[in-house]
Unconditional design. Structure first.
Length: 375
């Protein structure tokens, strides 16, 4: 995992205990009936914020737990006493995980994971399917199951869809192929590659004494006795080159205004846009702060959190739409809302797109630039 992300995760976890104290206080208020409606609304806001930010920090257990806690809060009116007991158990489990989890360390947290499984009740409302981004298509050409399994093991959980063939001559597909692994390839196989894909990157796996048999200019050659480590490293190297090329081909906004009241989200967005130093980014924590920034800063694009205190993202979008100076600036909503109805309501405000939290750090900038390229 990226060292910078590990450091950000540690800082994020160090800041969470204060929010846990607030969760406990709000749960007690609800239990005692003290400002119950207000406390419940505040509690939902805190849980929603942690759910989105923890997912973006790639601490998925916390995000999953908060999602389950949110679902329970929606059932509170039906059975307040028992649901509150369950919510307190979620709170205790959240604190237990935060005390135990060490970013980057190889830990067995199975007992904690099992507790969450036991807590989750049946018939929970199911979240809608989130927008899926295209998987990388990887073709493996080999009749050797050892090498096939070695490649699968190396690239497990890497946002990849695998297809297999023993012979490129007979293989056909309508899907675009991104990467082709050739195991001990014959020269004739290379002639088939342009027919399958003109853009696919090719990785040849050969024994050291057979490198000389490959066609001249074969770009990626791996010696088989370094298999597992080199497959993964070479694959990521190719993806990085592909990503950089795709990014270079996409136009960029010169100025971007980012508005989100969640302080923990800002470092992640800065990290996501780290490679795009040519974009002038201004970061704000509220609509009021954004209004002040707009006095001297006219962005080409605004990325706006939908749920903020005082002036919400939806209200701020309406304010922008009524101002002659800003009404034509495209707006992208960043939101943890996950129902189709809520997302459609955001789109009806005239935004160019809605990006869901938790977002993936490595994909956020690409998503925003893809949106910009279509404006």
């Amino acid at each position: 995992m990226d060292l910078e992300l590990l450091e950000l995760q540690t800082e994020y976890l160090n800041d969470l205990p204060d929010k846990l104290d607030l969760i406990y206080e709000l749960l007690l208020n609800i239990e005692k009936g003290v400002h119950e409606a207000e406390s419940l609304n505040d509690l939902k806001g805190v849980i929603h914020s942690i759910k989105g930010s923890s997912g973006s920090y790639e601490i998925n257990f916390i995000s999953k737990l908060c999602h389950s806690l949110e679902d329970n809060l929606e059932l509170l009116e039906k059975d307040k006493k028992n649901i509150l007991i369950t919510c307190f158990h979620y709170y205790e489990l959240l604190r237990e995980f935060i005390d135990a989890y060490r970013p980057g360390e190889n830990q067995d947290l199975t007992p904690i994971y099992d507790k969450l499984t036991d807590l989750n009740v049946d018939k929970m409302p199911k979240p809608i399917e989130r927008k899926e981004y295209r998987l990388n298509e990887v073709l493996i050409c080999t009749d050797d199951y050892f090498f096939r399994d070695a490649i699968l093991l190396s690239l497990a959980k890497q946002n990849t869809n695998f297809v297999f063939t023993r012979d490129l001559k007979t293989f056909k597909t309508d899907d675009p192929i991104d990467v082709i692994f050739l195991v001990s390839p014959e020269k004739t196989q290379f002639k088939q590659i342009p027919k399958l894909s003109k853009k696919a990157q090719v990785i040849s796996l050969v024994q050291e004494n057979r490198v000389k048999d490959l066609p001249k200019g074969s770009p990626y050659v791996l010696i088989t006795h370094h298999l597992i480590k080199d497959i993964k490293n070479e694959y990521f190297s190719i993806l990085k080159k592909m990503e950089n090329k795709n990014t270079e081909d996409i136009s960029k906004p010169g100025k971007v205004l980012f508005v989100d009241d969640d302080e923990s989200i800002h470092p992640l967005v800065k990290m996501a846009f780290k490679k795009h130093q040519d974009i002038d980014m201004v970061y704000c924590h509220s609509a009021k702060e954004a209004q002040d920034a707009l006095v001297n800063f006219t962005p080409d694009l605004i990325i706006l959190d939908s749920m903020m205190p005082d002036i919400s993202g939806k209200e701020f979008k309406k304010i922008l739409s009524q101002d002659e100076r800003f009404k034509d600036i495209p707006v992208v909503f960043l939101t943890g809302l996950d129902s189709k109805k809520e997302i459609e309501a955001l789109k009806k405000l005239g935004v160019v797109d809605v990006i869901l939290k938790p977002f993936k750090i490595k994909e956020l900038a690409g998503q925003v630039l893809q949106v910009w390229s279509k404006i």
